[in-house]
Design a protein around this ligand. Structure first.
Ligand code: TZP
Ligand code: MG
Length: 221
């Protein structure tokens, strides 16, 4: 594939089932240990999201990212960087995930080159259309449920946008995000999401492996 082309979307779709997002501020124990356990439970893709009060910066951020990337690589789990395109390039990450306030996917594609995954957070049908036109490989849609993990989260929207998009025949890979737990994940998948994206339900769990395994069981159906 060339620099301007999306990755094979069935490949991306197959990797999104249990999408774990985490930074150091989200864990109660060292991030590397939490990630190891989560992967043992069945996480399929990981996003390094070092954000919010107390987040690491500079060299500390870089070193943690590299440590977590090594863990992902050792287990064949894709490693995606939130927002920080320079970090993604420096680490040769598998991709980036951006929001509506970041560079559009079409610019990121030029910077990242081919073969990388670009995810975009979208909250409205217009944002979805634009992200697809810009060459996004997958979309994060939410917040599905109330979340305590993002200060500036948009209004809760349930599963309506996901099901509307599928009804319109939009096939781009989608993950639902926001307040998702093993107990409320089923409607998100039933609405047409290919996977579920979570921070606290795994990072904040007493047993991240068991928590991830619960999502893996749901997503395998
Ligand atoms: N984007 C929309 S909601 C959210 C992000 C990053 C936070 C999701 O975290 P949690 O703990 O799974 O609700
Ligand atoms: Mg962002």
């Amino acid at each position: 594939t060339g620099n301007d082309s999306r990755l094979d979307s069935e490949y991306v779709r197959s990797q999104l089932r249990v999408y774990f997002i985490m930074g150091s501020v989200n864990c109660r124990r060292p991030a590397a240990a939490v990630l190891e356990e989560a992967i043992a439970g069945g996480v399929t893709i990981f996003q390094f999201r070092e954000k919010g009060p107390g987040a690491l910066t500079g060299e500390d951020k870089f070193n943690l990212a590299r440590e977590l990337q090594r863990i992902c690589r050792a287990h064949g789990v894709l490693f995606i960087v939130n927002d920080d395109i320079d970090l993604a390039i420096a680490l040769n990450a598998d991709g980036v995930h951006v929001g509506q306030d970041d560079e559009p996917a079409r610019v990121l594609r030029e910077q990242l080159g081919g073969g990388k995954i670009i995810g975009v957070s979208a909250h409205t049908p217009e944002e979805v259309r634009q992200a697809i036109a810009d060459g996004a490989d997958y979309l994060g849609i939410g917040p599905v449920y109330p979340t305590a993990s993002k200060d500036d989260a948009r209004p809760v929207q349930g599963t309506i946008l996901i099901s509307d998009l599928r009804r319109e025949g939009i096939t781009i890979p989608i993950v639902g995000i926001g307040g998702i737990t093993a107990d409320n994940a089923s409607p998100v998948l039933a609405a047409g999401a290919d996977g579920i994206s979570v921070i606290s339900a795994i990072a904040g769990a007493e047993h991240p492996q068991a928590a991830a395994a619960a999502f893996a069981r749901l997503a395998a159906r």
